[in-house]
Design a protein around this ligand. Structure first.
Ligand code: ADP
Ligand code: MG
Length: 703
């Protein structure tokens, strides 16, 4: 961008060193450009003057014109307030000040016409306007910053205390635009702007700060949002294409003996159509000679594990080693057991490596990996460590990706120094489309959008804690019918102030209600040693215990088809994706399953929405959308670690899905036509991309 915009903000008329300091500290505004790209979050129409009689309840900021006909100060000292009566041809309102009472009472004059701007408040059928902006009409015509829409800018308390208000910023923008308007270098190709009917950057920035009408403002905002999302998509799509060109992938040219034997002799059920389709997509990738980077999205219980196993067999048949990384020890153990059982007598060496693996076992494992004998390594993040060296790693599967960061993904890449292994990332919970397109926008996406046949949707209900006796009765009936029950608590130790039933209390009361020898109860939490955990889990898996009292360690992935009841305690404390995951632990067998959400009576609005959503739907994509609306994209579990590697100023991944799709399509068309961005009209794109790259280090981690 133009040099002029790189100038230090302190050189702008109206700023100076002190204000420059504040702006830098509070808003990270250091240059002209930073200021220009500090956008208003709302606008008030100041072309309209509202007759006092027409003021309506619930109205946001309005503008009035009238004379002050009386002033009075009530109260004493700290409790003082100034009430001024404003009158126009249609009626009167009261303007009220609780602060700066003396100053205001001295500066306001009766009988003079004022322009008043503020938010009306209705109180006992009277209208007040607390702390309005007031300006003498006589002065208004003289001010040199004409506008129709008054912009409001994001501010901080410290700025306000330092007398930098929204109006100050608006004036500064005016000074700045006077200086730089017409010299701001364009950042989008002209033909695209013309095709889309969007304004050039100079016009756009002018209209963002000083819109002359609503239509222009709309277009200006659209352009900024579009551009933000467009460059992200262009970057991600280029990365994706570039990788395909740059890296020769491990070639799995044949479908061999092991795959076929497993498929024909060991497969316990028919694959769903969705599983078949995904296997085909993967097959195409790994047979192409290019590296696969694929995201496998599938709702809880849709059968991703089997897809993983089939992909693993393709790799092994072609002489490669594979690994699968899971977020918890329990899940790794479970995969290990499932794989061993499914593979039966097929001659495939399979190992497990977790934080609790013993030294001798590790050492043996390391050498089997290095000499290539070990074909499948299952583990937790322990398998990322440098000491874990493969002979010929061809495929990495990352299960329940949301627990792992991008950096970890990259580390696994490097485990094959000759050619990067294929990567298959499997998500725990569905991610909203917009988020998938941004956070995982550099990956190809496969979706399993179908559950195995015969599943009955889990029945979900919400109960207050007072229904506990009925709950125990229900649990007894289910156990009597041969089912198993999970009871999940959010915490191990009771937190000081809040009255949550924690795991220990719960375990005690459940043990009382379900006494031995008639019943057997397991308990599982994060503080137990790995061995104890495995034992507790094993007892539940083989049906020795009927009830599993647990914290969320069982949240991810655990698969016990005979368990048909999930009871969640203190539901209000769980996030939506967590609840969805937990519910996904039941409904895996042929029996009708239940998810019972227990809570106290006091619920926040968000907690209520979460619970209502769980009761309303079992569709993970639907739930993910609600989750994103409640928490914002940055806080979603899917993005916490991997992070959204850019900050968006105007675009919003929740609200601007259409613009995002538009931007991705435009970016994709451009790359189809000109993959290396060699064309003259695309020079501007390469330039912007490298500027963004230099500016934002997180980007580099994505690959
Ligand atoms: P997730 O996608 O949540 O990881 P899993 O892979 O654990 O789900 O599969 C859930 C359950 O569904 C497992 O018990 C698995 O054996 C079973 N399953 C997977 N595919 C099929 C299928 N095609 N038909 C029937 N059951 C299946
Ligand atoms: Mg799974």
């Amino acid at each position: 961008m133009s040099v002029i915009l790189d100038q230090d903000i302190k050189f702008l008329a109206g700023v100076g060193p002190k204000r420059a300091d504040l702006l830098a500290k509070e808003l990270a505004i250091k240059t002209f450009k930073d200021l220009l790209f500090h956008f208003p979050y709302k606008y008030a129409d100041r072309s309209r003057i509202c007759p006092i009689r027409e003021i309506k309840d619930g109205e946001s900021h309005i503008q009035l014109k009238g004379k002050i006909t009386g002033m009075e100060i009530f109260g004493v000292r700290q409790k003082q307030r100034l009430v001024a009566t404003l009158e126009d041809d249609t009626g009167t309102v009261e303007l009220i000040w609780f602060k700066s009472v003396k100053w205001m009472s001295q500066s306001l004059k009766e009988g003079i016409e004022y322009m008043v701007f503020g938010k009306p408040v209705f109180f006992k059928s009277r209208i007040n306007i607390p702390h309005p902006e007031v300006e003498e009409m006589a002065r208004i015509s003289k001010v040199s910053y004409p506008y129709i829409f008054q912009a409001s800018y994001p501010l901080t308390e410290k700025l306000k205390n330092g007398f930098i208000t929204s109006r100050t910023l608006h004036k500064l923008q005016y000074n700045l635009l006077q200086k730089v308007y017409g010299q701001i270098e364009e950042t989008m190709p002209g033909y695209i702007l013309r095709n889309l009917g969007l304004p050039d950057l100079n016009t756009c920035l002018l209209n963002i700060h000083y819109p002359s009408d609503e239509e222009l403002l709309k277009k200006a905002r659209y352009r900024i949002k579009f551009e933000e999302l467009f460059y992200i998509q262009l970057k991600l799509l280029r990365l994706r294409e570039g990788r395909k060109v740059k890296h020769k992938g491990c070639l799995f040219s044949e479908i061999g003996d092991r795959f076929n034997r497993f498929y024909h002799d060991h497969l316990p059920f028919n694959l769903t159509d969705a599983q078949k389709r995904v296997i085909k997509e993967i097959r195409k990738d790994v047979g192409s000679g290019k590296q696969m980077n694929r995201l496998l999205q599938g709702d809880v219980g849709s059968g991703k594990t089997l897809v993983a196993l089939l992909t693993i067999l393709m790799a092994i048949d072609n002489g490669f080693q594979t690994c699968i990384m899971a977020p918890t020890e329990i899940l790794a153990q479970q995969h290990f057991a499932t794989f061993k059982q499914m593979l039966g007598n097929l001659p495939i060496k399979i190992g497990i490596l977790t934080g609790s693996s013993k030294k001798a076992a590790r050492e043996e494992l390391h050498s089997l990996l290095q000499n290539g004998e070990m074909k499948i390594l299952i583990g937790t993040h322990a398998l990322i460590e440098d000491i874990v060296i493969f002979n010929n790693l061809g495929l990495v599967i990352i299960d329940e990706q949301h627990r792992f960061g991008v950096a970890q993904r990259a580390k696994l890449w490097k485990k094959n120094p000759l050619q990067p292994p294929h990567i298959l990332v499997m998500t725990a919970t569905p991610i909203p489309r917009t988020l998938a397109m941004t956070v995982y926008g550099d990956l190809d996406v496969s979706v399993i959008d179908e559950l195995p046949p015969g599943r009955k949707p889990v029945k979900t209900a919400h109960y207050y804690d007072s229904k506990r006796l009925q709950l125990f009765k229900f649990m007894k009936d289910q156990v009597a019918a041969g089912r198993q029950v999970y009871v999940v608590y959010p915490l191990i130790k009771e937190s000081e102030k809040m009255d949550y039933k924690d795991l220990e209390d719960g375990y005690a009361s459940i043990s009382r209600a379900f006494p031995t020898p008639q019943y057997a109860v397991s308990v599982l939490h994060g503080r137990m040693k790995a061995e104890e955990k495995n034992k507790a889990m094993a007892l539940f898996v083989n049906g020795t215990t009927q009830i599993m009292v647990s914290t969320t360690v069982i949240e991810v992935g655990v698969d016990v088809p005979n368990a048909s009841v999930m009871i969640i305690e203190s539901t209000e404390r769980f996030g939506l994706s967590q609840l969805h995951q937990l519910r996904g632990r039941v409904g895996r067998g042929a029996e009708q399953s239940y998810c019972l959400l227990m809570s106290g009576v006091k619920l926040t609005k968000d907690a209520r929405t979460r619970i209502e959503t769980m009761v309303r739907t079992t569709d993970g994509f639907d739930i993910a959308e609600v989750d994103m609306r409640l928490r914002g994209p940055g806080d979603l579990e899917g993005t916490q670690q991997s992070g959204i590697p850019f900050d968006l100023k105007l675009a919003n991944l929740v609200k601007d899905q259409k613009i995002l799709e538009h931007a991705r399509n435009v970016a994709s068309d451009i790359l189809d036509d000109d993959p290396l961005l060699d064309k003259k009209e695309h020079a501007i794109l390469s330039k912007e991309l490298s500027r963004i790259n230099n500016h934002n280090h997180n980007w580099s981690e994505i690959s």
